[in-house]
Write a protein that binds this ligand. Sequence first.
Ligand code: ADP
Ligand code: LRH
Length: 458
Amino acid sequence: MTRFAAIDLGASSGRVIVSDESLTLTEVHRFPNGATMRAGALRWDIHRIFHEILYGLAKAGPVDSIGIDSWGVDYGLLGPDGTLLRDPVSYRDSRTEGVVSATIDRLGAQPLYEATGIQPHPINTIFQLLADDLTDAATMLLIPDLIAYWLTGETGAEVTNASTTGLLDIHSRTWSHDVARKAGIPTHLLPPIRHPGSPIGVMTPAHAPEACCRDAFPAWSAPVVAVASHDTASAVIATPAATDAFAYISCGTWSLVGVELSAPVLSEASRTGNFTNETGLDGTTRYLRNVMGLWLLQECLTTWGSPDLPALLQSAEEAEPHRSLIDAADPSFLAPGDMPTRIAEACRKAGQPVPRTKPETVRCILESLALAHRNAIADATALSGHQVEVIHLLGGGARNRLLSQLTADATGLPVVAGPVEATALGNILVQARAAEKVDGLREIRTLAHEFHSKYELA
Ligand code: ADP
Ligand code: LRH
C-alpha cells in the first residue's frame, strides 16, 4: 500500500498528514504556529517547527515519499558553511516600510510588473531581502526549501513558491537576474529552480541542525519529492472543480482570491487593480488578489483571550446584518496587535457605526471579507476575460459556514466549501503524480472532486 506524507505549514498551524492509496487522509500531528518578536524582529521559530515536523513524521511511520509546502515569501539565509544565519523574519515585520516605494521608484512599477507579474506587496521576498543584512549570506532558501535542505542536504528553489518572491521571470519561469541586479540583490543567493514532481533527495539526519533535531529523526528514511511548495498553489491544485469556469478563494490566514489562467495578465489595469500572476502546476497562472483574510478574526480571538470560535460564529450569525464594513485589504491590518481596536478605528474613520460587541465585530469582519471576495472575483473576471460559474472556497475558512453564505450572497454565485485540507491534498496529489499513480491536472481535479464528495459532503 503506497503512503504519502504531506508536511503542510500554515501561518497559524502546521500539520503532518498521511494518505493511503484510496486518498484517505489522516492528520497525524498538528501544532500551533505564529511569529514572535525576538532579536529585534518578528520571527518564526523554525527550529521548533522542524522539531514538530520530525515528531509528526516519526508518528506517521514509514511512507513512500514526503512533500513539503508552506506559506509564501519568507526565507532563511545560509552562511557559506550551510548553517542558518538567523531565524527567518515574518512577512508581517515592518522592516520593508520605505523599501517598497524606493525600489519601485528606481525600477519602475510597470516594467517590474511586466518582468515578474507580481504586485508590489510589502511582504514580497524582493523587498524583504533589500531590508535584510546579507553580509555572510551564501544562499537564500524559502521556508519549504529550507525544511527540505535540513531533511536531505539538497538546496533548490521550487518554482511555485519562487514565483511569490518577485524575483522570478514570468516568461521563462527562471530567476530574473536582471531584476535582482537592478534591485541590488546578489544573484548568487538564488539556488537552482526545481519543479513539482522532481526528486529532491533522501531523508537523512546529516544536514539538520544538531542541537534541536538530529536525535528526533525517525528510524526509517524516505525520498523527499518537490510538490507545489507554495501552500496556495497546492490548495488550488486540489480544487474539486467539475468545470474550468471556476474562481477560488484559498481561505485561511489570507484569502487568496482569483482564477486559474493559461497565461499571465500583465496590463497596467491589472497592476493597478492589485492582481498578481503566481506560477501554478504545469505552467498555469494563479491570477489573484491578496485579501487580508481570517487573520482579522484570528487576531481578534487572540486579543479576546481565545473564546470558543463556533459559539462566536453562531452569535455573529444572529447579529444585525450590514451594520459596518471595513476595507479588508487595508495595509494597517497587516501587523499583529490589538485588532478589535483597529477595526473600530477603521469604522470610525469611514463614518460607520463602531461594532459594540464581539459578535458585531465578527459580523463586520465576515461581511467585509465577503465584499472583498466579491470585488476580487468581479475584477479578476473583467481583467482576464475568464468566465466564472462557481466559487470554490478552500482551506480552514471552509469550516466557517457564515463566511461561505455571505460570499454567495455578495457574489450571487454558488459557493462550494472545501476541502478544508485542500493544501495537504494538493501536496499529496502531486506526490501521487510523481509516483505515476495520477496523470495531468484534469485527472488530479477529478480525484479532488471524488475526495470532496466522499469525505466532506457525505
Ligand atoms: P493557515 O493554513 O493559513 O494557517 P487554515 O487553512 O488552517 O490557515 O485556516 C485557519 C482558519 O480556519 C482560522 O483562522 C479559522 O478562522 C478557521 N477555522 C478553523 N477552525 C474553524 C471552525 N471550527 N469553525 C470555523 N472556522 C474555523
Ligand atoms: C497563504 C500565503 C499567501 C501569501 C502569504 C505570504 O498562506 O502563502 O499565498 O501571499 O501566505
